[in-house]
Design a protein around this ligand. Structure first.
Ligand code: FAD
Length: 430
C-alpha cells in the first residue's frame, strides 16, 4: 500500500536543514506539505492586542510563497488553509489517505495544547503525529542535562553546553519530493483577512521580506558580502541602519533559516577570513536564543504569569490605558523611549538596545503590568518569537532569570551612551 504523509509546516518554513521534511520524504512514498493559518490568531485578543499584526502576517505570507516555490522546484507544492489545524489536518489526512503527519515539536503552552488536540483528532482516524525538534542550535536530546535540571542562569547553561554538547550536522534539503498533484497556491490578501497593508517607512533598518531565499541572501551579504560579521560585537548595540546587527531574527522566528546553518556559515567564515570575538559573539547570541527556548520547556505556563516562575513581585501592577497608549505611540516625553517606540510602530522592528530600554521604562518608570508590553510586542514585532519575547520580558521584569537581580535601565544615560550625537532620536522624532 502506498505510504502517504503530511508535512505540517509551522514556524519551520524552509527546505534546508529541516529534519521534519527530510524524514517525511525518506519514509513515505508521497508527501503532502501543508500550512494552516490558525484562524484564532486572527481573531483573538490578548490584553487588548492582536495575536499577530500586519507586519508579521505579511512576512509570513511571503515566507509561505517562497516555500511553495522551493517545494514546486522539487516536484511538490504547498497546500494553504485558514482555519483550525485540529480540524483541517484530519480532513486532509482523510482526503489524501494519509497515515502519518510530520510536524515540528513545540515548547510553548498554547502551541503544545494545539499539538495535543491535533494528535488526538488524528488518532481517531488511525493517523499518527510524529514530531521533530528543529529550531535550536543544540538539539534538545543532546543537552548534557535533563530539562528540569537546565541551569536557570544563562552563563552556567552556556558554559555547560559549550563544553559538553555537540552541534549536529545539517540535514540536506531533499532533491526530489514526490507528491500527488498539489493545486496552485492561492493566498488571501491582508485586506481579505481584515488587515491594512503596512506602509513602508523609508527610515526602516531593512526591508524585511519573508522566505528562505531572502534569509540566505541576507546571510550571504552580512557574512561574505560586506563582512559585517567581523565587527558584529562592536556594532551590535547601534541603532541605525541595516548592518549594525545581523537582522536574522525574523527569518529565524519563522524558521526560514536554521541556527545550525548560521553556525556552520560562521565556521566557514572563520576558516576563510579569521575567527575573532565578533564571530564568536553571534554564536553566543544564538545560545541566548536556545536558552529562552529551553527555559520555556522547563517552566511552561509560568513564564506568562505576572510573577513569572521565580514568584518575585514585579514593580507595577497598573493597567492604565492612557499611560500604555502614550508608550505605544512614542509620546511618553522620554526622547529615547519615544524614538524607539515610533520605530517599532512604523516598521515592526526595534534594536535589542531599544527593546531593553523601552521594556525597562514600561516596567520601572510607568510601573505597568509587564505583560501588557510583552503582548504589544507580540502583535507588533516582525520577529516575534514566543520564547525570546516572553523570556526577555520576564527577565527584565525580574520574574525570570537574572542572577544580578532586576536591572533598571537609565534611559537618559543609555541615550548618551548609545545615541551620543542624537542622530537616532532626530531620525524618529523630527
Ligand atoms: P543580532 O544581534 O544579530 O543577534 C543574532 C540572533 O541572536 C538574533 O537574530 C536572535 O535570534 C538571537 N538573539 C540576539 N539577542 C537575543 C536575546 N536577547 N534573546 C534571544 N535571542 C537573541 N528576539 C526575537 O527573535 N523575537 C522576539 O520576540 C524578541 N523579543 C524581545 C523582547 C525584549 C523585551 C528584548 C529585550 C529582546 C527581545 N528579542 C527578541 C531579542 C533581540 O532583541 C532580538 O533578537 C534582536 O534585536 C534581533 O535583531 P538581530 O537579528 O539583528 O540580532
Amino acid at each position: 500500500m502506498m505510504k502517504r504523509s503530511i508535512v505540517w509546516f509551522k514556524t519551520d518554513l524552509r527546505v534546508n536543514d529541516n529534519e521534519t521534511l527530510s524524514r517525511a520524504v525518506t519514509s513515505s512514498d508521497e508527501v503532502i506539505p501543508v500550512f494552516v493559518l490558525d484562524e484564532r490568531l486572527l481573531q483573538e485578543q490578548q490584553f487588548g492586542f492582536k495575536r499577530i499584526g500586519a507586519f508579521r502576517l505579511k512576512f509570513v505570507l511571503e515566507s509561505i510563497t517562497d516555500l511553495d516555490a522551493s517545494l514546486r522546484l522539487r516536484g511538490s507544492g504547498l497546500i494553504f488553509r485558514i482555519g483550525k489545524p485540529e480540524e483541517i489536518l484530519p480532513q486532509l489526512a482523510t482526503q489524501y489517505g494519509v497515515t502519518k503527519v510530520f510536524g515540528k515539536k513545540e515548547v510553548a503552552i498554547e502551541e503544545k495544547t494545539l499539538q495535543a488536540e491535533v494528535e488526538k483528532a488524528l488518532w481517531k482516524q488511525n493517523c499518527v503525529l510524529e514530531e521533530f525538534s528543529t529550531s535550536t542550535l543544540y538539539h534538545a536530546l543532546d543537552l548534557p542535562f535533563g530539562i528540569k535540571d537546565i541551569p536557570d542562569v544563562f552563563s552556567s547553561f552556556r558554559k555547560r553546553v559549550e563544553k559538553d554538547a555537540v552541534i549536529r550536522e545539517l540535514v540536506g534539503a531533499p532533491e526530489q519530493i514526490k507528491s500527488p498533484n498539489i493545486p496552485k497556491l492561492q493566498l488571501p490578501s491582508l485586506n481579505e483577512m481584515g488587515y491594512m497593508e503596512p506602509v513602508a517607512d523609508p527610515r526602516a533598518v531593512l526591508v524585511f521580506r519573508g522566505g528562505e531565499t531572502e534569509a540566505l541572501k541576507r546571510l550571504e551579504y552580512y557574512f561574505f558580502g560586506n563582512r559585517s560579521l567581523s565587527n558584529y560585537k562592536e556594532t551590535r548595540n547601534q541603532l541605525i541602519g541595516a548592518d549594525y546587527s545581523s537582522k536574522f531574527s525574523s527569518w529565524l522566528a519563522q524558521g526560514c533559516i536554521s541556527p545550525r546553518f548560521i553556525y556552520q556559515q560562521v565556521k566557514l567564515f572563520e576558516e576563510q577570513y579569521r575567527a575573532n570575538d565578533s564571530t564568536y559573539w553571534l554564536i553566543f547570541e544564538l545560545i541566548w536564543r536556545d536558552y529562552f527556548r529551553f527555559m520555556m520547556k522547563k517552566y511552561g505556563q509560568q513564564l506568562f504569569y505576572f510573577k513569572g516562575f521565580n514568584g518575585q513581585q514585579p514593580p507595577g501592577t497598573s493597567r492604565d490605558s492612557s499611560l500604555l497608549q502614550r508608550w505605544i505611540e512614542g509620546q511618553t516625553g522620554d526622547d529615547f523611549v519615544d524614538a524607539n517606540m515610533r520605530e517599532l510602530k512604523h516598521t515592526g522592528f526595534m534594536s535589542n538596545r531599544g527593546r531593553q530600554n523601552v521594556a525597562s521604562y514600561l516596567i520601572d518608570q510607568l510601573q505597568l503590568d509587564w505583560r501588557l508590553g510583552a503582548a504589544y510586542f507580540e502583535e507588533q514585532l516582525i520577529d516575534y518569537d514566543v520564547s525570546s519575547n516572553w523570556g526577555n520580558w520576564a527577565y527584565l521584569a525580574g520574574v525570570g532569570n537574572d542572577p544580578r537581580g532586576k536591572r533598571v535601565f537609565n534611559t537618559e544615560k543609555q541615550a548618551k551612551d548609545y545615541d551620543t550625537d542624537g542622530a537616532y532620536r532626530k531620525l524618529w522624532l523630527d
